[in-house]
Design a protein around this ligand. Sequence first.
Ligand SMILES: O=C(O)CCC(=O)C(=O)O
Length: 346
Amino acid sequence: MTTLPERPIIINEAPINTDVLDLSTISEPIGELFGSLSANDASYTPYLLTTEQIEFYKNNGYLNQIRVLADEQCDRLLEEYKRFLLWNEKDLSQANALNDAHRLDLPGRHLLHEYHSNQTGDPDNVLTHMLGHWRVTPLFHDLIFLPNVTVPTSQLIAACHPSDKKFVPVQFWHDQLFAKPPFHGGPVAWHQDYSYWTRTEPMQHLTVHIALDDQTEENGTLQFVPGSHRWYRERDGKQVPLPVTDFDFKDMDSIKAILTEEEKQQFQPVPALLKKGHASFHHPLMVHGSHGNHTALPRRSAVLNYFAEGTCSNTDEPLLLGIPVVPHGQPIQGRFFPIVFDPKWL
Ligand SMILES: O=C(O)CCC(=O)C(=O)O
């Protein structure tokens, strides 16, 4: 029988810096990345997906290669990104720990929900991963509101939603940065996102992965297993995701120990090969992952997670580290989960 890992306890040990403005207090774009949001149809229609794109998502569980940022916007985000890394292209020696936000030289480091300079714990396979940076820098703050991202997200969540609507109001769930340094960049083990998110329900979520560098097979492009968004387990008469098999993403194939023979046969990954500034959108049950980076350049991406308005808390623990509890059964609302798109704006 497979022994499954326990959820690790994560604490941000950085001292609170009261001089820093927590940008989660601002529930609209500041205007640094793309201007502001408007309640005018014409501001959103350029980003609408076609019926074919929506059908592709429903059948395969993902949609790939949608341009969401100009190269110049990526470059500005990458400049900001450096402040979150304890490594540079020549020296990885400081990227060696889990849970080490306090080691960053960044005034808002105490606001991060999670920070791992190397989540795999293996110096030959470094994966920097963090959550909560939208609270820290204006560019990453504004990224969560980008209509190029939020309009398709609304359409794709709606396409898999029991209501018959074409759009749903979308709330921000949380952000992630994943960075793989040159030569020794680590993997992200195959997983379904909703396996980590059962503390929120019902499942009406979606993930957007934005490449800030061109992705290739050699630098560890994101990969999807088409059709795996139909894989689930039954527990107490309920459909639940596959269990988490590796909280630290280091063991690429650990998921295989819990797959059925049929799922193993259907396990035919396709590489996303995202271009800089392009995004993929994936279903919360989509099995995805990525191999290490073996090239001379870093591979960095920004990930945005969303859910439909009305999603509730399924726990009496904080949904993210460092924020107040949303009591079990209550709709998730408030400044940490702003509405980023509402169909009434159309
Ligand atoms: O950067 C990666 O390869 C993994 C990202 C991921 O898990 C995601 O986009 O949901």
